[in-house]
Design a protein around this ligand. Structure first.
Ligand SMILES: Cc1cc2nc3c(=O)[nH]c(=O)nc-3n(C[C@H](O)[C@H](O)[C@H](O)COP(=O)(O)O)c2cc1C
Length: 315
């Protein structure tokens, strides 16, 4: 997720969910080819398995970027066919590609040819007036024929005009049934479901119908939910929030030693105590202190102490 799932976030999420597949922010193929690669693509070995999500619509450029991603060590490359922002539409990539299944198929064929790692697609159910199941299934079939066997379906359509990206994640209704039906009718494909999944019960219900689920906002805003989901599915004990946060310590210290400011890491942990007594104090101590020059791990310990203090006062 753009601006959220950077490398620091992904390491934290890896500690919370040791076996989940993690995704980078979307990176345009041209940026991969022409930009600062280490800044855009660098990641920590701890993050595996990790997928690089690419944006773009030019087959050769996407193929070249896939080659770079594979050489960097990514476990999968995913093509974004779901983002509806204006910038994306101007560049003719993201969700507007739902209207161009043949072009997406060309891109996928070139990307599959370029590297031996899996190439997957994240898509919507449709865009604008294209909102019938037949078009959606036809899009999937055309792209699958080009070599993609895994689709992450954000189970709502997008309006390319009139709705902001945020509204496009909330207003078009979720139609999980379309993803279920796709899986029933095309059992050979691997279908992931995404959109609005916020409870363990929902995860269980969806996993009865599709192969996997992807969590977006719920995992980011409430990282402990991501951990509980992992423990639930893996059948492993739930660890405490404090234990999980301290497990992030060695990574944070190593990054501080490299000159990374604390705020770049703490911003991803602010929701760890969401809904808990002391959660507000946790956020507050970190938000106020992390941007100060020289802020280090001791701030996190202070935030934990403030949280524990507020929680015991409330008990
Ligand atoms: C801040 C933000 C950034 C996002 N960036 C991306 C992105 O780079 N690539 C992508 O495929 N989806 C992106 N999304 C969409 C999410 O991956 C997901 O499809 C959407 O939020 C619905 O799932 P959820 O209800 O679990 O959050 C983003 C969402 C948010 C909130």
């Amino acid at each position: 997720m753009m601006d959220w799932t950077d490398r620091h976030c992904r390491v934290f999420h890896r500690l919370l969910a040791p076996t989940a597949l993690l995704y980078t922010e979307m990176v345009h193929a041209n940026a991969v080819l022409e930009g600062d690669r280490e800044r855009l693509l660098g990641f920590d070995a701890l993050e595996h398995p990790v997928a690089l999500q690419l944006g773009g619509s030019e087959p050769e450029r996407l193929a070249a970027a896939t080659r770079v991603g594979a050489a960097y060590g990514y476990d999968e490359v995913n093509l974004n066919v779901g983002c509806p922002s204006d910038r994306v539409q101007a560049g003719r990539f993201g969700a507007c590609l739902m209207k161009e299944p043949l072009l997406v198929a060309e891109c996928i064929a070139a990307m599959c040819e370029a590297a031996a790692i899996p190439v997957t697609v994240k898509c919507r159910l449709g865009v604008d007036e294209l909102e019938d199941y037949a078009h959606f299934a036809g899009f999937i079939d055309t792209v699958a024929a080009a070599g993609c066997d895994t689709f992450i379906v954000h189970a709502r359509k997008a309006w390319l005009e009139g709705l902001s990206p945020k509204e496009n994640r909330e207003i078009p209704p979720l139609r999980y049934e379309w993803a279920y039906r796709l899986k029933r009718e095309r059992p050979q494909l691997t279908i992931w479901l995404n959109g609005g999944i916020t409870t363990l019960e929902a995860i269980d219900a969806h996993l009865g119908q599709v192969d996997a689920v992807m969590l977006g906002r719920s995992a980011y805003h409430d990282p402990y939910f991501l951990h509980r989901a992992h423990a639930h599915l893996a059948g492993t004990p739930v660890r405490s929030r404090v234990e999980l946060l301290r497990a992030f310590g060695p990574y944070v210290q190593a990054a501080l030693d490299r000159g990374v400011a604390l705020k770049h890491m703490t911003r991803h942990v602010l929701g760890l105590f969401a809904g808990q007594p002391g959660g507000r104090q946790f956020r507050q101590v970190l938000s106020e202190g992390a941007h100060r020059p020289g802020a280090d791990w001791s701030l996190i310990e202070r935030a934990l102490a403030a949280t524990a203090g507020a929680a015991s006062a409330a008990a």
